[in-house]
Design a protein around this ligand. Structure first.
Ligand SMILES: *Cc1c(COP(=O)(O)O)cnc(C)c1O
Length: 391
Protein backbone atom coordinates (compact mmCIF):
# COMPACT_ATOMS: atom_id res chain seq x y z
CA UNK A 1 0.00 0.00 0.00
CA UNK A 2 3.08 2.32 0.03
CA UNK A 3 2.09 5.73 1.43
CA UNK A 4 -1.59 4.81 1.52
CA UNK A 5 -1.77 3.31 4.99
CA UNK A 6 -1.59 6.73 6.61
CA UNK A 7 -4.81 7.79 4.97
CA UNK A 8 -8.12 7.99 6.82
CA UNK A 9 -10.96 5.65 5.89
CA UNK A 10 -12.75 8.32 3.83
CA UNK A 11 -9.64 8.81 1.71
CA UNK A 12 -8.89 5.10 1.32
CA UNK A 13 -12.40 4.51 -0.04
CA UNK A 14 -11.92 7.14 -2.73
CA UNK A 15 -8.22 7.17 -3.62
CA UNK A 16 -6.97 3.58 -3.45
CA UNK A 17 -7.12 0.75 -5.94
CA UNK A 18 -7.22 2.47 -9.31
CA UNK A 19 -4.08 2.41 -11.44
CA UNK A 20 -4.60 5.05 -14.12
CA UNK A 21 -4.00 3.90 -17.69
CA UNK A 22 -2.21 5.89 -20.43
CA UNK A 23 -5.56 7.44 -21.42
CA UNK A 24 -5.49 9.58 -18.28
CA UNK A 25 -9.05 8.68 -17.22
CA UNK A 26 -10.21 10.22 -13.93
CA UNK A 27 -12.98 7.72 -13.08
CA UNK A 28 -12.13 4.02 -12.96
CA UNK A 29 -12.68 2.23 -16.31
CA UNK A 30 -14.54 -1.04 -16.85
CA UNK A 31 -12.29 -3.61 -18.49
CA UNK A 32 -14.99 -5.56 -20.32
CA UNK A 33 -12.77 -8.29 -21.69
CA UNK A 34 -12.66 -12.01 -21.06
CA UNK A 35 -9.03 -12.51 -22.05
CA UNK A 36 -5.81 -10.53 -22.51
CA UNK A 37 -3.29 -10.62 -25.36
CA UNK A 38 0.45 -11.12 -25.20
CA UNK A 39 3.13 -9.36 -27.23
CA UNK A 40 4.61 -12.64 -28.37
CA UNK A 41 4.71 -16.38 -27.69
CA UNK A 42 7.47 -16.07 -25.11
CA UNK A 43 5.43 -13.58 -23.06
CA UNK A 44 2.41 -15.90 -23.19
CA UNK A 45 4.56 -18.77 -21.97
CA UNK A 46 6.04 -16.66 -19.15
CA UNK A 47 2.58 -15.53 -17.99
CA UNK A 48 1.18 -19.06 -18.01
CA UNK A 49 4.30 -20.37 -16.32
CA UNK A 50 3.98 -17.78 -13.56
CA UNK A 51 7.39 -16.25 -14.30
CA UNK A 52 5.90 -12.90 -15.25
CA UNK A 53 3.00 -11.06 -13.64
CA UNK A 54 0.02 -9.91 -15.64
CA UNK A 55 -3.47 -10.68 -16.81
CA UNK A 56 -4.32 -13.86 -18.69
CA UNK A 57 -8.03 -14.41 -18.42
CA UNK A 58 -10.80 -12.68 -16.43
CA UNK A 59 -11.65 -15.79 -14.41
CA UNK A 60 -8.16 -15.34 -12.91
CA UNK A 61 -7.69 -11.58 -12.80
CA UNK A 62 -9.24 -8.46 -14.32
CA UNK A 63 -8.06 -4.87 -13.79
CA UNK A 64 -11.48 -3.51 -12.73
CA UNK A 65 -11.99 -6.39 -10.30
CA UNK A 66 -8.42 -5.92 -9.02
CA UNK A 67 -9.09 -2.22 -8.37
CA UNK A 68 -12.11 -3.15 -6.24
CA UNK A 69 -10.04 -5.79 -4.41
CA UNK A 70 -7.23 -3.35 -3.59
CA UNK A 71 -9.68 -0.70 -2.40
CA UNK A 72 -11.61 -3.09 -0.12
CA UNK A 73 -8.34 -4.58 1.21
CA UNK A 74 -7.19 -1.06 2.09
CA UNK A 75 -10.47 -0.29 3.87
CA UNK A 76 -10.41 -3.52 5.88
CA UNK A 77 -6.67 -3.22 6.58
CA UNK A 78 -5.95 -6.60 4.99
CA UNK A 79 -3.00 -7.71 2.87
CA UNK A 80 -5.15 -9.25 0.21
CA UNK A 81 -8.71 -9.33 -1.10
CA UNK A 82 -10.36 -11.74 -3.51
CA UNK A 83 -13.67 -10.71 -5.11
CA UNK A 84 -16.39 -13.29 -5.71
CA UNK A 85 -19.65 -13.64 -7.63
CA UNK A 86 -21.74 -13.34 -4.44
CA UNK A 87 -21.46 -13.26 -0.68
CA UNK A 88 -22.31 -16.96 -0.56
CA UNK A 89 -19.53 -17.85 -2.99
CA UNK A 90 -17.13 -15.88 -0.75
CA UNK A 91 -18.08 -18.16 2.16
CA UNK A 92 -17.93 -21.29 -0.03
CA UNK A 93 -14.51 -20.38 -1.48
CA UNK A 94 -13.16 -19.64 2.02
CA UNK A 95 -14.30 -23.04 3.30
CA UNK A 96 -13.04 -24.88 0.21
CA UNK A 97 -9.71 -23.10 0.32
CA UNK A 98 -9.00 -23.51 4.01
CA UNK A 99 -10.75 -26.72 5.10
CA UNK A 100 -10.60 -30.40 4.24
CA UNK A 101 -12.54 -33.56 4.98
CA UNK A 102 -12.82 -34.19 8.73
CA UNK A 103 -12.48 -30.53 9.67
CA UNK A 104 -14.98 -28.85 11.93
CA UNK A 105 -16.56 -25.38 12.09
CA UNK A 106 -18.04 -23.63 15.10
CA UNK A 107 -20.43 -20.92 13.99
CA UNK A 108 -22.69 -18.48 15.76
CA UNK A 109 -26.28 -19.73 15.62
CA UNK A 110 -27.91 -16.61 14.25
CA UNK A 111 -26.21 -16.32 10.86
CA UNK A 112 -27.54 -15.67 7.35
CA UNK A 113 -29.98 -18.45 6.38
CA UNK A 114 -28.13 -19.67 3.28
CA UNK A 115 -24.89 -19.89 5.29
CA UNK A 116 -26.59 -22.34 7.65
CA UNK A 117 -27.81 -24.41 4.67
CA UNK A 118 -24.32 -24.34 3.13
CA UNK A 119 -22.80 -25.64 6.37
CA UNK A 120 -25.51 -28.18 7.27
CA UNK A 121 -26.52 -29.57 3.89
CA UNK A 122 -23.59 -29.12 1.52
CA UNK A 123 -20.29 -28.96 3.43
CA UNK A 124 -21.44 -31.91 5.56
CA UNK A 125 -21.56 -34.05 2.38
CA UNK A 126 -17.82 -33.54 2.07
CA UNK A 127 -17.11 -34.44 5.67
CA UNK A 128 -16.95 -30.92 7.10
CA UNK A 129 -19.25 -30.62 10.09
CA UNK A 130 -20.57 -27.61 11.98
CA UNK A 131 -21.74 -26.94 15.51
CA UNK A 132 -23.46 -23.76 16.63
CA UNK A 133 -22.74 -21.50 19.59
CA UNK A 134 -24.63 -18.68 21.24
CA UNK A 135 -23.08 -15.53 19.72
CA UNK A 136 -22.86 -13.67 23.02
CA UNK A 137 -21.72 -16.56 25.26
CA UNK A 138 -17.95 -17.14 25.10
CA UNK A 139 -18.15 -20.22 27.32
CA UNK A 140 -20.56 -21.80 24.84
CA UNK A 141 -18.10 -21.19 21.96
CA UNK A 142 -15.41 -22.84 24.05
CA UNK A 143 -17.64 -25.87 24.73
CA UNK A 144 -18.42 -26.39 21.03
CA UNK A 145 -14.75 -26.50 19.94
CA UNK A 146 -13.42 -30.00 19.24
CA UNK A 147 -9.87 -31.16 18.40
CA UNK A 148 -10.89 -30.99 14.72
CA UNK A 149 -12.23 -27.45 14.82
CA UNK A 150 -10.37 -25.29 12.33
CA UNK A 151 -12.60 -22.32 11.93
CA UNK A 152 -14.84 -20.09 14.05
CA UNK A 153 -17.45 -18.26 11.97
CA UNK A 154 -19.27 -15.22 13.28
CA UNK A 155 -21.68 -12.58 12.06
CA UNK A 156 -21.89 -9.48 14.24
CA UNK A 157 -24.24 -7.73 14.79
CA UNK A 158 -26.63 -10.61 14.23
CA UNK A 159 -29.64 -10.53 11.94
CA UNK A 160 -32.33 -9.57 12.89
CA UNK A 161 -31.84 -9.17 16.66
CA UNK A 162 -28.61 -7.10 16.48
CA UNK A 163 -26.76 -9.11 19.14
CA UNK A 164 -23.00 -8.60 19.21
CA UNK A 165 -20.13 -11.07 19.33
CA UNK A 166 -16.94 -9.89 21.00
CA UNK A 167 -14.51 -10.12 18.07
CA UNK A 168 -11.35 -9.64 20.13
CA UNK A 169 -12.35 -12.29 22.68
CA UNK A 170 -13.36 -14.73 19.92
CA UNK A 171 -10.07 -14.13 18.08
CA UNK A 172 -8.12 -14.88 21.28
CA UNK A 173 -10.15 -18.05 21.83
CA UNK A 174 -9.70 -19.16 18.21
CA UNK A 175 -5.95 -18.65 18.31
CA UNK A 176 -5.53 -20.36 21.69
CA UNK A 177 -7.25 -23.42 20.17
CA UNK A 178 -5.41 -23.38 16.86
CA UNK A 179 -8.39 -22.09 14.85
CA UNK A 180 -9.01 -19.18 12.50
CA UNK A 181 -11.65 -16.53 13.16
CA UNK A 182 -13.77 -15.64 10.13
CA UNK A 183 -16.08 -12.61 10.45
CA UNK A 184 -18.94 -11.87 8.06
CA UNK A 185 -18.74 -8.06 8.16
CA UNK A 186 -21.75 -7.43 5.95
CA UNK A 187 -23.82 -5.49 8.49
CA UNK A 188 -21.13 -3.03 9.59
CA UNK A 189 -18.73 -2.82 6.65
CA UNK A 190 -15.21 -1.47 7.34
CA UNK A 191 -16.75 1.97 7.76
CA UNK A 192 -18.09 0.89 11.16
CA UNK A 193 -16.06 -2.15 12.17
CA UNK A 194 -12.65 -3.53 11.17
CA UNK A 195 -12.44 -7.12 12.38
CA UNK A 196 -8.82 -7.71 11.24
CA UNK A 197 -7.63 -4.94 13.56
CA UNK A 198 -9.48 -6.72 16.39
CA UNK A 199 -7.64 -9.99 15.73
CA UNK A 200 -9.87 -11.77 13.19
CA UNK A 201 -8.04 -13.68 10.43
CA UNK A 202 -10.51 -13.37 7.59
CA UNK A 203 -13.33 -10.99 6.68
CA UNK A 204 -16.21 -11.99 4.42
CA UNK A 205 -18.48 -9.61 2.55
CA UNK A 206 -21.70 -9.75 0.70
CA UNK A 207 -20.96 -6.74 -1.51
CA UNK A 208 -24.62 -6.97 -2.55
CA UNK A 209 -25.57 -5.06 0.59
CA UNK A 210 -23.89 -1.86 1.83
CA UNK A 211 -20.76 -1.99 -0.37
CA UNK A 212 -22.99 -1.39 -3.37
CA UNK A 213 -25.51 0.45 -1.25
CA UNK A 214 -28.09 0.91 -3.98
CA UNK A 215 -29.35 -2.60 -4.63
CA UNK A 216 -27.90 -2.94 -8.14
CA UNK A 217 -25.63 -5.99 -8.21
CA UNK A 218 -24.76 -9.26 -6.47
CA UNK A 219 -21.17 -9.85 -5.36
CA UNK A 220 -18.88 -10.76 -2.49
CA UNK A 221 -15.32 -10.67 -1.22
CA UNK A 222 -12.83 -12.35 1.10
CA UNK A 223 -10.14 -10.26 2.84
CA UNK A 224 -7.13 -11.54 4.78
CA UNK A 225 -3.47 -12.43 4.47
CA UNK A 226 -1.52 -13.18 1.32
CA UNK A 227 -1.13 -16.91 1.98
CA UNK A 228 -4.66 -17.89 3.00
CA UNK A 229 -6.65 -15.47 0.87
CA UNK A 230 -4.17 -14.56 -1.88
CA UNK A 231 -3.19 -18.17 -2.54
CA UNK A 232 -5.66 -20.68 -1.01
CA UNK A 233 -8.97 -18.86 -1.51
CA UNK A 234 -7.83 -17.31 -4.80
CA UNK A 235 -6.80 -20.78 -5.99
CA UNK A 236 -10.37 -22.05 -5.51
CA UNK A 237 -11.79 -19.02 -7.28
CA UNK A 238 -9.57 -19.18 -10.35
CA UNK A 239 -10.15 -22.93 -10.66
CA UNK A 240 -13.82 -23.31 -9.74
CA UNK A 241 -14.89 -19.98 -11.20
CA UNK A 242 -17.37 -18.03 -9.03
CA UNK A 243 -15.49 -14.81 -9.77
CA UNK A 244 -16.84 -11.26 -9.88
CA UNK A 245 -17.64 -9.73 -13.26
CA UNK A 246 -15.91 -6.45 -14.24
CA UNK A 247 -19.30 -4.73 -14.51
CA UNK A 248 -20.26 -5.69 -10.96
CA UNK A 249 -16.76 -4.80 -9.69
CA UNK A 250 -17.14 -1.30 -11.15
CA UNK A 251 -20.44 -0.78 -9.32
CA UNK A 252 -18.90 -1.87 -6.01
CA UNK A 253 -15.73 0.15 -6.62
CA UNK A 254 -17.81 3.31 -7.03
CA UNK A 255 -19.97 2.24 -4.06
CA UNK A 256 -16.90 2.20 -1.83
CA UNK A 257 -16.29 5.89 -2.57
CA UNK A 258 -19.44 6.86 -0.67
CA UNK A 259 -19.43 3.98 1.83
CA UNK A 260 -18.23 5.98 4.80
CA UNK A 261 -20.75 8.78 4.30
CA UNK A 262 -23.58 6.35 3.66
CA UNK A 263 -22.86 4.21 6.75
CA UNK A 264 -22.87 7.33 8.92
CA UNK A 265 -26.18 8.40 7.40
CA UNK A 266 -27.74 4.90 7.73
CA UNK A 267 -26.64 4.79 11.37
CA UNK A 268 -27.99 8.26 12.11
CA UNK A 269 -31.40 7.50 10.60
CA UNK A 270 -31.55 4.09 12.32
CA UNK A 271 -30.67 5.59 15.70
CA UNK A 272 -33.40 8.23 15.41
CA UNK A 273 -35.93 5.63 14.25
CA UNK A 274 -35.02 3.15 17.03
CA UNK A 275 -35.40 5.87 19.67
CA UNK A 276 -38.77 6.89 18.22
CA UNK A 277 -39.99 3.29 17.98
CA UNK A 278 -39.10 2.66 21.62
CA UNK A 279 -41.62 5.39 22.59
CA UNK A 280 -44.52 4.01 20.53
CA UNK A 281 -47.35 2.43 22.53
CA UNK A 282 -47.76 -0.56 20.20
CA UNK A 283 -44.07 -1.48 20.32
CA UNK A 284 -43.03 -3.78 23.15
CA UNK A 285 -39.30 -3.98 22.46
CA UNK A 286 -36.69 -2.41 20.16
CA UNK A 287 -33.42 -4.13 19.25
CA UNK A 288 -30.69 -1.66 18.28
CA UNK A 289 -27.11 -1.59 19.60
CA UNK A 290 -27.24 2.21 19.86
CA UNK A 291 -29.95 2.15 22.54
CA UNK A 292 -28.67 2.34 26.12
CA UNK A 293 -30.82 -0.66 27.14
CA UNK A 294 -29.22 -2.94 24.49
CA UNK A 295 -27.38 -5.67 26.46
CA UNK A 296 -24.15 -5.04 24.52
CA UNK A 297 -24.39 -1.30 24.11
CA UNK A 298 -20.97 -0.87 25.79
CA UNK A 299 -19.30 -3.45 23.56
CA UNK A 300 -20.87 -1.82 20.50
CA UNK A 301 -19.33 1.52 21.52
CA UNK A 302 -15.86 -0.04 21.64
CA UNK A 303 -16.05 -2.48 18.73
CA UNK A 304 -17.92 -0.29 16.25
CA UNK A 305 -17.60 3.36 15.33
CA UNK A 306 -21.39 3.62 14.94
CA UNK A 307 -24.38 1.33 15.41
CA UNK A 308 -25.45 0.48 11.86
CA UNK A 309 -28.64 0.65 9.83
CA UNK A 310 -30.65 -2.36 11.01
CA UNK A 311 -33.38 -2.03 13.64
CA UNK A 312 -35.69 -4.80 14.82
CA UNK A 313 -38.76 -4.36 16.96
CA UNK A 314 -41.52 -6.37 18.55
CA UNK A 315 -45.23 -5.54 18.32
CA UNK A 316 -47.83 -6.96 20.67
CA UNK A 317 -50.39 -9.18 18.92
CA UNK A 318 -48.07 -11.47 17.00
CA UNK A 319 -48.20 -12.18 13.27
CA UNK A 320 -51.53 -10.49 12.63
CA UNK A 321 -50.39 -7.14 14.01
CA UNK A 322 -46.96 -7.45 12.38
CA UNK A 323 -48.40 -8.19 8.94
CA UNK A 324 -50.97 -5.39 9.30
CA UNK A 325 -48.16 -2.94 10.05
CA UNK A 326 -46.22 -4.07 6.97
CA UNK A 327 -49.28 -3.86 4.74
CA UNK A 328 -50.15 -0.37 6.00
CA UNK A 329 -46.87 1.10 4.74
CA UNK A 330 -46.90 2.90 1.40
CA UNK A 331 -43.27 3.95 0.97
CA UNK A 332 -41.17 1.23 2.63
CA UNK A 333 -40.17 -1.67 0.39
CA UNK A 334 -41.48 -5.06 1.50
CA UNK A 335 -38.37 -7.09 0.81
CA UNK A 336 -35.80 -9.03 2.78
CA UNK A 337 -32.85 -7.21 1.20
CA UNK A 338 -30.84 -4.66 3.15
CA UNK A 339 -28.05 -2.18 2.65
CA UNK A 340 -30.00 -0.05 0.20
CA UNK A 341 -30.77 3.67 0.09
CA UNK A 342 -34.41 2.54 0.17
CA UNK A 343 -35.75 1.47 3.56
CA UNK A 344 -36.94 -2.14 3.63
CA UNK A 345 -39.26 -3.94 6.04
CA UNK A 346 -39.57 -7.65 6.62
CA UNK A 347 -41.27 -10.18 8.89
CA UNK A 348 -38.40 -12.58 9.72
CA UNK A 349 -40.55 -15.41 11.14
CA UNK A 350 -42.31 -15.96 7.78
CA UNK A 351 -39.52 -14.95 5.37
CA UNK A 352 -35.79 -15.02 6.15
CA UNK A 353 -36.26 -17.38 9.09
CA UNK A 354 -39.35 -19.18 7.78
CA UNK A 355 -37.45 -22.41 7.16
CA UNK A 356 -36.65 -22.81 10.85
CA UNK A 357 -39.06 -24.80 12.99
CA UNK A 358 -41.17 -22.81 15.46
CA UNK A 359 -39.02 -24.18 18.32
CA UNK A 360 -35.75 -23.17 16.63
CA UNK A 361 -37.14 -19.72 15.98
CA UNK A 362 -38.16 -19.52 19.62
CA UNK A 363 -34.63 -20.59 20.65
CA UNK A 364 -33.05 -17.73 18.70
CA UNK A 365 -35.68 -15.24 19.87
CA UNK A 366 -37.48 -14.59 16.59
CA UNK A 367 -41.15 -14.32 17.49
CA UNK A 368 -44.24 -13.80 15.33
CA UNK A 369 -44.44 -10.16 16.42
CA UNK A 370 -40.91 -9.29 15.32
CA UNK A 371 -40.26 -6.89 12.43
CA UNK A 372 -36.96 -5.86 10.90
CA UNK A 373 -36.34 -2.52 9.26
CA UNK A 374 -33.15 -1.92 7.27
CA UNK A 375 -33.16 1.83 7.47
CA UNK A 376 -32.37 3.63 4.23
CA UNK A 377 -31.39 7.18 3.41
CA UNK A 378 -34.81 8.79 2.93
CA UNK A 379 -35.82 11.48 5.41
CA UNK A 380 -36.31 9.75 8.75
CA UNK A 381 -39.52 11.76 9.23
CA UNK A 382 -40.99 10.11 6.13
CA UNK A 383 -39.92 6.66 7.39
CA UNK A 384 -41.56 7.36 10.76
CA UNK A 385 -44.74 8.61 9.10
CA UNK A 386 -44.95 5.48 6.96
CA UNK A 387 -44.57 3.19 9.98
CA UNK A 388 -46.97 5.29 12.03
CA UNK A 389 -49.82 4.38 9.61
CA UNK A 390 -49.89 0.86 10.95
CA UNK A 391 -48.82 1.42 14.55
C1 LIG B 1 -26.82 -11.39 2.04
C2 LIG B 1 -25.85 -11.96 3.01
C3 LIG B 1 -24.98 -12.99 2.64
C4 LIG B 1 -25.02 -13.63 1.26
O1 LIG B 1 -24.65 -12.73 0.30
P1 LIG B 1 -25.16 -12.85 -1.25
O2 LIG B 1 -24.45 -11.72 -1.90
O3 LIG B 1 -26.64 -12.72 -1.23
O4 LIG B 1 -24.72 -14.18 -1.73
C5 LIG B 1 -24.09 -13.45 3.58
N1 LIG B 1 -24.06 -12.94 4.82
C6 LIG B 1 -24.89 -11.94 5.22
C7 LIG B 1 -24.80 -11.43 6.60
C8 LIG B 1 -25.82 -11.43 4.34
O5 LIG B 1 -26.65 -10.47 4.73
Amino acid sequence: MDDEHDWALETLGIRTGHRRTGEGEHSEPIFATSSFVFRNAAEAAARFGGESEGNIYSRFTNPTVAAFERRLAALEGGECCVATASGMSAILATCMGLLEQGDHIVSSRSIFGSTTVLFNKYLSRFGITTRYADLTDLADWERQITPNTKLLFVETPSNPLTELGDIRALADLAHARGCLLVVDNCFCTPALQRPLALGADIVIHSATKYLDGQGRAVGGAVVGDRKRVGEEVFGVLRTAGPTMSPFAAWIFLKGLETLNLRMQAHSKNAHVLATWLSKQAGVSHVYYPGLADHPQHDLAKIQQTDFGGVVAFEVAGGRETAWRLIDATRMLSITANLGDTKTTITHPATTTHGRLSAEDREAVGIGEGLLRVAVGLESVDDIKADLARGL
